[in-house]
Design a protein. Sequence first.
Length: 358
Amino acid sequence: MTSKRLILNPLAALARSCRSVSLVTPARHPYISLAMSDGSATTSFRHRHLLGIEGFSPDEITLILDIAESHVEPNRQPDKKRSLMRGRTVINLFFENSTRTRTSFELAGKRLGADVINMSVSGSSIKKGETLIDTAVTLNAMHPDVLVVRHAESGAVQLLSEKVNCAVINAGDGSHEHPTQALLDALTIRRRKGKLGGLTVAICGDVLHSRVARSNIQLLNIMGARVRVVAPRTLLPAEIERLGVEVFHDMRRGLADVDIVMMLRLQTERMQGSFVPSTREYYRFFGLDYEKLAAAKPDALIMHPGPMNRGVEIDSEVADDIDRSVIRQQVEMGVAVRMACLELLGRDTERGNGPALP
């Protein structure tokens, strides 16, 4: 749909996103030198927004993970509140339901000392016909410091970022990207394996409709990991190999000697038509159980971005394996990573680098 009031690409399949198009807003200002939260050495961060992983360097990703790491232990203490974003305003603008991600961002902002506002889209002017651009202009007039946005349309968060002066974080846009999920997955892996480079990661399941898959593929390739995708042909984008992955259509072959098994949810709400014969047959061939997991390394970690469909993409016993499953740790790392992103982008806003509205 294209009009003067709202310019959005239709919900794009991941296949269409295989072309190399950066959705990270290029810096229009000099590199910014930032100190770590713990007062250690400074480094540079050159992004105004976090719209996608593409465009980030290994050093910048490492910086985010290092800052997130500094938040992990304080988050486990009785007194979790800090003042790094005191006086700043964070608005969570979610056009899609997401209890886990929205709660994580809310906790992250509040633990940093920011004022956090959760906008209920279901009760807002959006439902009365207000366009995304109208909403952006209205919010911009309130002078927030960071806007966290989730939207069902690929490219919607990019569009909104062009109409506001504050920093914008993509909390998931259509089938395009979910950058903070990839960052929290990376932190979880690094804490258990000590590195990202050199590991072999198998991303299994509904890759076609998964923004989590795209962001993880981008990040893992940047950090030097070897990435495989394992899925039926109907759930893989065309020319997926162009993203720098190995493709498998058999779970046992795809999981052979991998370090990480990352399962994806079967996203039936995004499917138009039949992509699998039945969930029962899908689980038989592509659901993770101990028999299929035996092909991976003995210490391979099991991951899932949630929410899980137990008995569809993963067996309950595997998901709850305390020795190998890091699914609960992913949730914990999500708060720390989102604190790091808010801290970095919140600091950037005080330099007044946002574009002027027309």
